[in-house]
Write a protein that binds this ligand. Structure first.
Ligand code: SF4
Length: 210
């Protein structure tokens, strides 16, 4: 959702590099996934780094959550390994909140994918939150009222991603694409056509100037 070209470079070309944003997010997730956030009390059980999936053909998703809270609720669902019934709450940690909106759309769609998986695995209707660590605030995601909207977005994205994987094409940089925060911007050469750095330099400067 952030950039189709980035998706292709990461998955087809295995390009990778880190910038400050990536390192900050990695540190935050290492902290959340280290097991110290898992606990149980009378009211709830909290688990971090839970593997979930949805193998319905229209989704075919697999991933690992940051944090799942199972909150005791007699109207909830039974969870294997826990006694009683529970409401399921997903919490995804992100380092930086947006300035003008409640949440980043790209963050929300990631959590929506988690919801599809959690609901599939536990037969529930999970609630979902983003936790922005810079403002130390949870933001509730509107999946209960806008399920269809997010479902349409994720199905479209999945179909575009699968098309990229099947065709092996690198999409061109989209008009208006914001690249300043992209960790692989230095590697984002025009890889959809073969090129030669020497030829590019020569055509720009002229042989005599080089
Ligand atoms: S530099 Fe820009 S166009 Fe290239 S992969 Fe990153 S976000 Fe996409």
């Amino acid at each position: 959702m952030y950039c189709p070209r980035r998706f292709a470079l990461l998955t087809l070309n295995l390009d990778w590099s880190e910038n400050a944003f990536v390192v900050k997010a990695n540190l935050l997730h290492e902290n959340v996934h280290d097991g110290s956030h898992s606990f149980s009390d009378k009211r709830k059980a909290v688990r971090s780094a839970v593997t979930i999936y949805n193998d319905l053909p229209e989704y075919d998703l697999f991933g690992v959550t940051d944090c799942v809270e199972f909150i005791k609720d007699e109207n909830g669902t039974e969870i294997p390994g826990l006694q009683g019934k529970y409401r399921v709450v997903l919490v995804e940690y992100k380092p930086k909140a947006p300035k003008d909106e409640k949440f980043h759309a790209t963050d929300a769609i990631q959590v929506f994918a988690q919801k599809l998986c959690a609901d599939h695995v536990w037969g529930c209707d999970s609630e979902a939150y983003l936790y922005y660590s810079d403002i130390r605030k949870r933001v509730r995601l509107p999946f209960d009222t806008e399920f269809e909207k997010y479902d349409n977005i994720i199905k479209k994205l999945l179909s575009e991603m699968r098309e990229i994987l099947e065709k092996g094409d690198y999409p061109k940089r989209e008009k208006g694409q914001k690249c300043s925060g992209c960790s692989i911007k230095d590697r984002c050469f025009p890889k959809d056509t073969s090129y030669n750095v020497r030829d590019i330099v020569m055509s720009q400067k002229g042989v005599d100037d080089v």
